[in-house]
Design a protein around this ligand. Sequence first.
Ligand SMILES: NC(=O)C1=CN([C@@H]2O[C@H](COP(=O)(O)OP(=O)(O)OC[C@H]3O[C@@H](n4cnc5c(N)ncnc54)[C@H](OP(=O)(O)O)[C@@H]3O)[C@@H](O)[C@H]2O)C=CC1
Ligand SMILES: Cc1cn([C@H]2C[C@H](O)[C@@H](COP(=O)(O)OP(=O)(O)O[C@H]3O[C@@H](C)C(=O)[C@@H](O)[C@H]3O)O2)c(=O)[nH]c1=O
Length: 284
Amino acid sequence: MTLLVFGRTGQVALELQARSPDAIFLGREQADLTDPDACAAMIHKYAPSAVINAAAYTAVDRAEEDEATTLAVNGIAPGAMAQVCAELGVPFVHISTDYVFAGDGDTPWTPNDAVSPPNAYGRTKLAGEDRVRAAGGAYAILRTSWVVSAHGNNFVKTMLRLGAERDKLTIVADQIGGPTPAGAIAEACLSIADQLCAQPDRAGTYHFSGAPDTSWADFAREIFAQSGTECEVEDIPTTAFPTPATRPLNSRLDCTTTQQVFGIARPKWRDGLSAILTQLGART
Ligand SMILES: NC(=O)C1=CN([C@@H]2O[C@H](COP(=O)(O)OP(=O)(O)OC[C@H]3O[C@@H](n4cnc5c(N)ncnc54)[C@H](OP(=O)(O)O)[C@@H]3O)[C@@H](O)[C@H]2O)C=CC1
Ligand SMILES: Cc1cn([C@H]2C[C@H](O)[C@@H](COP(=O)(O)OP(=O)(O)O[C@H]3O[C@@H](C)C(=O)[C@@H](O)[C@H]3O)O2)c(=O)[nH]c1=O
């Protein structure tokens, strides 16, 4: 199978490279997602047997001030990719986010629940989803959450940095979700792409997040416990940590159909965290 991946330097893209080194990985230089025609041209050029889009504008707060660029990258380019894939009959795996949901209540969101993004990043990711669905073909939209790895920017690396500098951190305790190791997402994407090649009727929108659901505060506590960092975590409400972009309180994702259709179970994030800390040389 010739696999084409948009993204080369991101968390998920790097984990895909570790697991599928023979795939073609396109960085910003080869395919800038602000140019949808360039993305479409790359799929025609390589004529792959499957495409995974692991590139996105992920700076949630910055997106509030640059929604036009964020929409181009997260909304319009994935639509163009999906369109070409549908025309060529090639499976297209696209990663989306818990931030398409408003975040009210405490019930895990199912793939068919109503969406209502609370911020610009979520709106643009939803625009991408809508375009991918409209293109049809053998697509899979995989919504995930709270992605962590040894690479790039993520909550684990932020906590290790801040925890080394301070004795105490105040962390929001009323946002609940599933931290998800990027390596597990990469494995899920590869398995889904493979299965869609043989079973295009499995196309649809799916959820995939680490288990069990937790709060950012408890996640920080576990990061400090596993890394032996002496830093106290004080629970605070979201209202005490104002940010430019509103974050959803309820980010729980119901991943049942991903298990039923593709046989992919939720990864255990504590195990993933141990592996990441080991990779970073930060595990006690
Ligand atoms: N991070 C998270 O917590 C979550 C992520 N997701 C989704 O998962 C997917 C993967 O995320 P993740 O691996 O964390 O992302 P990262 O932020 O780690 O990486 C994003 C990648 O997108 C690339 N990119 C950004 N803008 C462009 C552009 N204009 N043209 C080409 N490439 C571009 C970046 O390239 P460069 O290095 O050149 O900037 C980088 O390789 C995304 O779809 C994201 O929306 C979903 C839920 C949570
Ligand atoms: C640094 C810090 C953060 N926080 C809070 C802010 C926020 O609510 C939460 C996580 O902060 P971050 O900025 O790391 O998270 P954020 O960038 O919002 O992460 C999101 O990224 C996008 C791409 C997604 O798709 C989401 O699934 C989600 O992972 O922690 C504290 O409460 N105290 C702190 O000292």
